[in-house]
Design a binder for this molecule. Sequence first.
Ligand SMILES: [Zn+2]
Ligand SMILES: [Zn+2]
Length: 248
Amino acid sequence: MRLTVLGYWGGYPEAGEATSAYLLSYGEKHYLLDCGSGAVAQLFKYVRLKDIESCFISHFHFDHSADLGVLQYAYLMNSYQRKSAAHLTIYAPATPEAHRVLYEDVRGSTMQTIQSDAVVSLDDLTVRFLRTRHPVETLAMRFEGKNGESLVYTADTHDFPELIDFARGAEVLLAESSFYADEDGEVARSSGHLRADEAARLAEAAQVERLYLTHLPHRGLHQDLLTEAKKHFGGRVALVHTGMEITW
Ligand SMILES: [Zn+2]
Ligand SMILES: [Zn+2]
């Protein structure tokens, strides 16, 4: 498996960068995980439109879905070409309905809503979901390859016990880390986000092999997130950055 970081900022992107978006590659296939602001321009650095058939949207907050509409327009415009074979299936939560319906009925793509207990089998991948604790319906995702490779993406969430079982034994845990360990835990909790120490405790409790911190804040020194995480997780831990390729 290979994960390419297209965007990692929480909320809004810094100049020339993107918010949450990751390209998962397995075998000959590529999958887009979230499609935040600036994601499409980053995506086309790595793949062509026809290389992406499936996109998983964790939730309809703009830092995870802002570019989904323009990605659909790319498939729409592609559909005008003779012999076009490009088609996108979007897997996303059912709510908020007012957001979801904006992406339905666009030629070149299909919306498929996902319930928390759904299992999606695609090519050589199995994908499971867990509803997180966040102000809108949000799905954490667990991708497993046919040879046992695994990736868990927390999406946006505050700390809750079921996340440990969901992430259990994952080779790679991509965890949001929106707050620093010394920031008010109640603010993190009420906004539905993890602090760096919580992400690390999750990794430790779930006994994952590697932890990658993402959905990073626009304040403070990101290196401090790493330092804080290392205090609570004994495995490999790193901050993600634009263009980072994680292979396992
Ligand atoms: Zn977010
Ligand atoms: Zn969110």
